[in-house]
Write a protein that binds this ligand. Structure first.
Ligand code: C2E
Ligand code: MG
Ligand code: MG
Ligand code: MG
Length: 290
């Protein structure tokens, strides 16, 4: 039965053991199509930014939002950053795309404030290449000036791969810190860097990777790691935020361990900018910062 044979081949492919040649070709073709249309996609305004609320666990109010980019491809539909950000990194398009996200998110944040929403931070993901191959501090300064957003409302999420870097990454971080910008480590605990960077770098927060959060209820070792990250963060005077919170049980655990903030589908999915304004109007008493 040909259908069954095809099904089996696909199944094996998905499990990562072996790809059917035609399926492999499809993946390669899609990758090269996407890679070559990143820049025109940016020029044509195909990238949109969604914003996911970050909740303070003591007050249950929104203290920030994370900007998460999506690509609305005219032919291929919505493409996840998990797919196109690595391609943009490879091809270098991450530099103009990253700058676009930064400028746009700063403008949006200022627009919310101008519309009367209580001020909260906007967090932006910074890729390694953006950090090492551009003058990030200069770009950030210009994005703030252009938008009129105050630096205290901007957060940059860095990954451990950036940290691995050199003296020049410390210098860039110090420069950003001096400007009054909040710095956090994204996907904390999933990289390969040594912990000693926590002592060297001027960081404000740790973001616990969603992989750990997801397993709090199912794997006692993940629960122990989450607990340990929170304590370590607090001992180093860092703010700790958990990503990927989906259930009340995960939230209860995090609260009981005095985690500072959380973000995840339990509260909100990443939302268009207008929806963020709506949340504030609907739930003013619940969410508004006092
Ligand atoms: P990240 O920065 O670790 O962002 C968290 C991801 O988890 C987001 O995926 C978010 O939509 C998703 N998420 C949030 N809450 C939950 C939850 O409760 N459950 C689950 N299962 N997932 C949740 P997204 O938006 O697909 O982004 C994936 C990654 O792409 C981001 O991971 C980030 O590394 C990268 N990325 C997104 N936007 C940008 C950007 O503007 N610049 C750069 N350099 N990278 C970006
Ligand atoms: Mg992030
Ligand atoms: Mg993350
Ligand atoms: Mg991640």
């Amino acid at each position: 039965n040909a259908d069954l044979a095809l099904y089996r081949t696909k199944d094996i492919g998905r499990n990562g053991f072996h790809f059917h040649t035609s399926e492999m070709n499809e993946i390669v073709i899609r990758k090269s199509k996407l890679a070559s249309s990143l820049r025109t996609g940016l020029e044509n305004g195909e990238f949109v930014i969604l914003y996911q609320p970050q909740i303070d666990l003591k007050t249950e109010k929104i203290i920030g939002v994370e900007a998460l980019v999506r690509w609305n491809h005219p032919k291929l539909g919505t493409i996840s950053p998990a797919e196109f950000i690595p391609l943009a990194e490879e091809t270098g398009s991450i530099i103009p795309i990253g700058e676009y996200v930064l400028r746009k998110a700063c403008q949006q944040s200022k627009a919310w404030q101008d519309a009367g929403l209580p001020p909260f931070r906007v967090a932006i993901n910074i890729s390694a290449r953006q950090f090492t191959q551009t003058n990030l501090a200069e770009t950030v300064k210009s994005a703030l000036e252009e938008s009129g957003l105050s630096p205290q409302y901007l957060e940059l999420e860095l990954t451990e791969s950036i940290i691995q870097g050199s003296k020049s990454s410390i210098a860039t971080m110090q420069e950003l810190k001096k400007m009054g910008i909040h710095l956090s480590i994204d996907d904390f605990g999933t990289g390969y860097s040594s912990l000693s960077y926590l002592k060297l770098f001027p960081i404000d927060s740790l973001k616990i990777d969603q992989y750990f959060t997801r397993n709090i209820q199912v794997d006692s070792k993940d629960a122990a790691l989450v607990d340990t990250i929170i304590r370590m963060g607090h001992n180093l005077n860092l703010n700790v935020i958990a990503e990927g919170v989906e259930t009340a049980e995960q939230l209860d655990f995090l609260k009981s361990r005095l985690c500072d903030q959380a973000q995840g589908y339990y509260f909100n999915k990443p939302l268009p900018a207008e929806e963020i304004s709506k949340i504030y109007c609907q739930k003013k008493s619940e969410y508004a910062l006092s």
